[in-house]
Design a protein around this ligand. Structure first.
Ligand SMILES: Cc1ncc(COP(=O)(O)O)c(C=O)c1O
Length: 445
């Protein structure tokens, strides 16, 4: 390529290396969007594309909401940047206190970062440091779960349980182990909400405690609902049992609520829905409705207090990001919480759950559909794969949905995931499952 400094070659799709995307297939037949409003994207020709993915599990209030847009515009014009190391600005404190009131139990201190991946790594580091400063420095092991996703940084990938994400990148953190995953099609197929079978799988933690000894384990991290491996709701009672076992052994429990936070399962955090109080909750995505990158970790009072020791002119935690609590992200977060509150969107998700589940289950019986799982405003649909070509049928389904039926969904392997903005209407739910999906499935049959 003959490079002319500062000049972009028009319509050249090559320089941008896309993550988690087959670049060559995409660049041959791109799926581009130019603008968005409420439930819809609009492609480059102005055609409507219904967003059944909330962008990437993040636009829970729908797109380009006026209140959030103007808060961002005003904020960037007033205070473009302020450090939150050694100085600060008021909005980040307001946002932390509002998130703390939404979090369950005594989870009432918030450490900000910029993404779900950073939130996972931050939580793991806080867990290790907490064990050390409370006299349990031997507790250095971290336990994740098979089929878990905690972002792409080294900590999150280490505790994550997705083979394709792990196999390329070396040996990761030492001292990590994994619980067995909770999915069993024979026992759970076509479950709405929490499957009845599988609470006993939490006892797998006892196996790891027997193997490693509790005195070596700092924390367990799980997604309450595993999102990225096909939307796997937790078996009924599983999370409570995990809480009991972690408590019994002095192990911290971290819920990764990067996708379940901010209303996706009908409550501010799914911990509330499941009636379990973990020691830390990670969040990102929905906190700013996807508008400005932001993530964070909410921690229990006792964890924060444990750090507030020693000389008071010395940092208590040697961790943080330049953009932790960025003023524009904080403004976006505050405005987003206003919209969630004023439009009662978490309650709306809870009310729509049964309609959504019933509509999704109408696809049961289609010869390509092997399983459907629903919870909150989430659906995971497993399609029959094409022999020797895993993921090809869903890829074609995604292409056809976008180009031919004006519809955006997510795919992972041979699964489709849907997680629409919480403003979706009953008519739009009906349109997805009675009209769009039957055509999409037919197009790949
Ligand atoms: C449960 C969970 N944790 C962490 C992440 C990583 O978030 P990010 O892509 O913002 O780093 C994701 C992203 O989808 C997620 O679903």
């Amino acid at each position: 390529m003959d490079k002319m400094k500062w000049e972009a070659s028009p319509n050249n799709l090559e320089p941008f290396w896309m993550g988690f995307t087959p670049n060559r297939a995409f660049k041959r037949k791109p799926r581009m969007v130019a603008r968005a409003k409420d439930m819809y994207y609009y492609d480059l020709e102005g055609n409507k594309v219904m967003d059944a993915a909330a962008g990437l599990w993040c636009v829970n209030a729908g797109h380009c909401r006026d209140h959030i847009v103007s808060a961002i515009q005003d904020s960037v014009a007033e205070l473009d940047f302020a450090p939150t190391f050694q100085y600060a600005h008021p909005k980040v404190f307001q946002l932390a206190s509002r998130i703390a009131t939404l979090a369950p139990g005594d989870l009432n201190h918030v450490f900000f970062c910029n993404s779900g991946s950073e939130a996972a790594d931050t939580a793991l580091k806080i867990a290790l440091a907490y064990q050390r400063i409370t006299g349990n420095g031997g507790r250095t092991r971290l336990i994740g779960r098979e089929r878990g996703y905690h972002g792409v940084n080294f900590g999150g990938t280490s505790v994550g349980g997705m083979t394709a994400n792990r196999k390329m990148f070396g040996a990761y953190l030492a001292g990590v182990d994994h619980l067995t995953h909770t999915y069993n099609r024979a026992e759970q197929a076509f479950s709405k909400g929490e499957p009845e079978w599988g609470a006993h799988l939490a006892d797998d933690l006892e196996r790891l405690v027997t193997l490693h000894d509790a005195s070596t384990i700092a924390a367990v991290i799980v997604e309450p609902m595993a999102g990225s491996t096909g939307a796997l709701p937790p078996p009924r009672g599983y999370l409570k049992r995990l809480r009991e076992i972690t408590q019994k052994h002095g192990i911290l429990l971290i819920f990764d609520e990067v996708i379940t936070g901010f209303g996706r399962l009908g409550a501010a955090f799914s911990a509330e829905r499941f009636g379990v109080v973990p020691d830390m909750i990670t969040f990102a995505k929905g906190v700013t409705n996807g508008t400005i990158p932001m993530g964070g970790v909410v921690v229990r009072q006792g964890i924060y207090d444990a750090f507030m020791q020693g000389p008071d002119h010395v940092h208590e935690l040697f961790h943080g990001y330049t953009y932790s609590g960025h003023p524009v992200a904080a403004a976006a977060g505050l405005a987003t919480l206003d919209v969630y509150r004023d439009e009662k969107l978490f309650e709306r998700a809870a009310k729509l759950e049964a309609t959504w589940a019933d509509a999704a289950m109408t696809l049961k019986g289609h010869p390509l559909v092997e399983d459907i799982r629903t919870i909150g405003l989430v659906a995971g649909i497993d399609l029959k794969g094409i022999d020797g070509k895993p993921g090809l049928r869903t890829y074609q389904a995604m292409e056809n949905a976008f180009h031919d039926y004006g519809f955006m969904m997510r795919i992972m392997g041979d699964s489709i995931a849907m997680s629409p903005p919480l403003i979706i209407t009953e008519n739009q739910i009906d349109e997805i499952f009675s009209h769009i999906m039957p055509k999409v499935l037919k197009s790949v049959s």
